[in-house]
Design a protein around this ligand. Structure first.
Ligand code: X8Z
Ligand code: ZN
Length: 470
């Protein structure tokens, strides 16, 4: 995949970077990085993100350590105890979400439920049923039913007439009345369930700000747009909610189930944080001309390793070009939005949960991860107020409406995962799982001009021995 979807685009890269620079300069930005960052209307954003990362890092390291140690039980020598994790063992082509290794690494296997995918399949769910389920959730928050145009214009399954169709989920605003649509190749799976909620978040945002003047018909920032659907999915994916809608038979909240569920969510959301950060840090560096052309690929893997503690399954070389194997890189879509969304959605969730009476921060027996804002008009109205502003005000104003805060903060995310963080720290100590990783990164050329240091020593030794023998 990386060879075909990534390296194949290498020939177009210089043109892309040149055009990107021209576009940025024409808009009075020094580079494409500043052009992208401009959306967040805050010169200190990069520093803020660095601080947020420092706050999250200890938790990420514990998660990483637990995952590596658990996978080692299956893969043995394939995984080193203190090195980066080979990413093909993480269940996702880009290692951006690790949720597919949940079954393999569950903290309490005896407390595992049947799983959403299996339950939906058993109940003969269809793509349409999944969309109707998501719509019903939004309607329960006092939002309107989707307009007829949505159902007429959308493609919720892959067309079978042989036409070319990009399956990557997308929500469209046609900027005309209520003309909105989703295109995605829905599958009956938990992952698709989340994507339906995600795309529907874009649609409801479009509809809520449709009465704004055209220039303001956009998200408060790109991160807001990506956070809307995700925040509702945080509620909709709780066991509490699944039980309510008949997708989970038995639901008895206890500590072990809570840890399992938090772990599953962390594999989706926390593993994602360094991935999303490094993807755009990498592109900022390219756009700013900070990377030499023969180091384009090395820089990518070096940043991925340093941020996430993962490595490619096989050695990649200077001649490869792997970043564009990710859809958004090839499609020139800024990715920081998803990182911002992953922080904001927990801020939104906490405030909405308090409004819904589903969470009490002062009660130690109340858990953010067990909050379901379903049917809360109060929470729904606060969202409606924030979202209907669109881009008419700076994003801190929008954030303040729902959360009372004016800055992005990782504290709600950390609060959400606190029980898991405590559990991981204890567990990793018990099992002796190492925390952190030693770099194994090597920047090599296929021609072998630059060999790893170890190989160099062997050659020198070999030559010395041969010369000695002569
Ligand atoms: O691209 C998407 C959405 C469309 S905005 C399906 N996402 C990112 C990805 O797939 O890499 C959602 C989460 C991250
Ligand atoms: Zn999206």
């Amino acid at each position: 995949w990386y060879d075909l979807a990534g390296t194949a685009t290498r020939k177009d890269l210089e043109t892309y970077l040149q055009l990107n620079k021209e576009a940025a300069n024409l808009n009075n930005f020094t580079s494409g990085a500043e052009m992208w960052l401009n959306d967040y209307e805050d010169d200190t954003l990069e520093v803020q993100l660095e601080n947020i990362f420092e706050e999250i890092r200890p938790f990420y390291l514990q998660l990483h350590a637990y995952v590596r140690h658990s996978l080692k039980q299956t893969y043995g020598e394939e995984i080193s105890e203190d090195g980066p994790i080979p990413m093909h063992l993480l269940g996702n082509m880009w290692a951006q979400s690790w949720v597919n290794i949940y079954d393999q690494t569950t903290p309490y296997p005896n407390k595992q439920s049947k799983g959403l995918t299996k339950e939906m399949l058993a109940q003969n769910y269809t793509a349409l049923k999944m969309f109707k389920l998501a719509e019903e959730f939004y309607v329960s928050l006092n939002m309107s039913a989707l307009p007829q145009a949505f159902w007429e214009l959308s493609y919720i399954e892959k067309p079978t007439d042989g036409r070319e169709f990009i399956c990557h989920g997308f929500a469209n605003d046609f900027f005309k009345n209520s003309d909105v649509a989703i295109k995605m190749c829905t599958r009956i799976s938990a992952e698709s369930f989340f994507t339906v909620f995600h795309e529907m978040g874009h649609i409801y945002y479009y509809l809520l700000y449709k009465n704004q003047p055209i220039a303001y018909r956009d998200g408060a920032n790109h991160g807001f747009h990506e956070a809307v659907g995700d925040v509702f999915a945080l509620s909709a994916s709780t066991s509490k909610h699944m039980h309510k809608i008949g997708l989970l038979k038995n639901y008895e909240p206890d500590e072990e189930t809570r840890v399992n569920e938090l772990y599953r969510t962390a594999l989706r959301k926390v593993a994602f944080l360094p991935f999303s950060y490094s993807l755009d840090q990498y592109r900022w560096a390219l756009f700013r001309g900070e990377v030499k052309s023969d180091e384009y690929n090395c820089k990518f893997w070096q940043m991925r390793e340093s941020a996430s503690g993962i490595k490619p399954p096989v050695q990649r070389y200077k001649e490869d070009f792997d970043a564009p194997a990710k859809y958004h890189v090839s499609a020139d879509v800024e990715y920081l939005r998803y990182l911002v969304a992953h922080i904001l959605q927990f801020q939104f969730h906490k405030s909405a949960c308090i409004l819904a009476g589903e969470y009490d921060p002062n009660n130690p027996n109340s858990y953010l991860s067990e909050c379901d804002i379903y049917q809360s008009t109060k929470a729904g109205n606060a969202f409606k107020e924030m979202l209907s502003m669109g881009l008419s005000k700076p994003w801190p104003d929008a954030l303040e409406i729902l959360t009372g805060q004016r800055t992005m903060s990782a504290s709600a995310l950390m609060e959400y995962f606190k029980p898991l963080q405590d559990w991981l720290e204890k567990k990793n100590k018990e099992t002796g799982a190492q925390v952190g990783w030693k770099s194994e990164f090597k920047c090599l050329s296929k021609s072998g001009a630059e060999k790893p240091i170890g190989a160099g020593i062997i050659i020198v030794l070999f030559v010395t021995i041969c010369v000695g023998m002569v």
